[in-house]
Design a protein. Sequence first.
Length: 412
Amino acid sequence: MQNHIPINEEARIEALHSYDVLDTVREEGFDDIVEIATSLTNTKFSYIGFLDKERQWLKSSCRIPTQFFDIPREVSFCSYTVFKEEVIIVEDTLKDDFFKTNAGVTGEPYIRFYCGVPIINKDNLVLGTLCVMDIMPRTISDDEIRHLKSLADLVLNQLELRKNLTYLKSLKEADDIETDKYNHLLARILPKKIALELSETSKVVPKYRESTTILFASFDQPNTSVKDPALEVSNLQQYVNAFDEINDHLKIEKIKTMGEVYMSVCGAPTQDRAHILRQCMSALQLKHYMNKINKKREKLNLNPYQVRIGISSGPVISGVVGKSKFLYDLWGDSVNSSKRILENCEADAIAVSEQVYFKMKEYFTFDEKGLVQIKHMDLIKVYYLQSFKLEYALDETGLIPNELMSKALVNF
């Protein structure tokens, strides 16, 4: 095989060495990523490999024989992926001019399928690859490729996390940051469970959660041609703080705010059987709060704020990301579908996926919106969450739960 050399090779090697990851022991965070990659694509092999000046070294792998953990660069599959700086898919290696003579194809482990996703840092330098392989020719779907790209991003974030933790440890050892202040800082920017894991083990293992519910909410003030930025931010801060309180009470994890958009999850990082119920309750309570706010604004001849909410359930991959600042974040189709449902939601409405409707119709009233075209996804059926059912509502608005609903949540 030809040894392809990127034009930015010197800078690429320097960047790789800056992470101080070569020849280190296996780490759970990286091992979990390759296991998820194998599981999501139903392939036999997977690995995280870094391409040094003269060799390919595997940080983590699934079912890869040990003799392939450290191999010459010229026989590495991933040297081509690093050179091309893009996802490389080879459905049948014996039909590919570049791969068909490789020793790993003609001999052990007889690779017939290969998909390599580049691991690219913030300076657009390819450090290595996340790869899945198989001993039979096969195809790979667009969804599987999208998941692998997300996992490759997680690999980079694990590298950045290792580097940042090393730096923070050095500061702690130099007494530049006291332990209590260090832990308090982590607790302010990460979920408590994640902050504790990071503090105690100096790492955060990416996790695959099979059952979660994602909520996106947006606050918008229509019919206003001139907006005061300072006042706009102040109002949004007030509404976000109120939603934070609602979610804290319901044990829902806020992920982030993006302008006027608020994102939360239930079921990650802590598993919760009532994740759908909690998010539906949260949405109705936010609607109740915004109704009260808008009544006050109406008395002052101020335009109302409209809130739109999109909710969907499903699996996610969760982990800590960030290069200079830590952030707990999520990836997966359920995240994408929740966001797209929000984008197709009418003003002052709560749009939910069909799965949410079927799981929650015992407790809430819904109206069917019908099929909605979701960008980059199939048509999905969407419902509008209206209120708690009469027996679970505190008053005629149907937006506040009564004691029976609270008991149902505890016993869910």
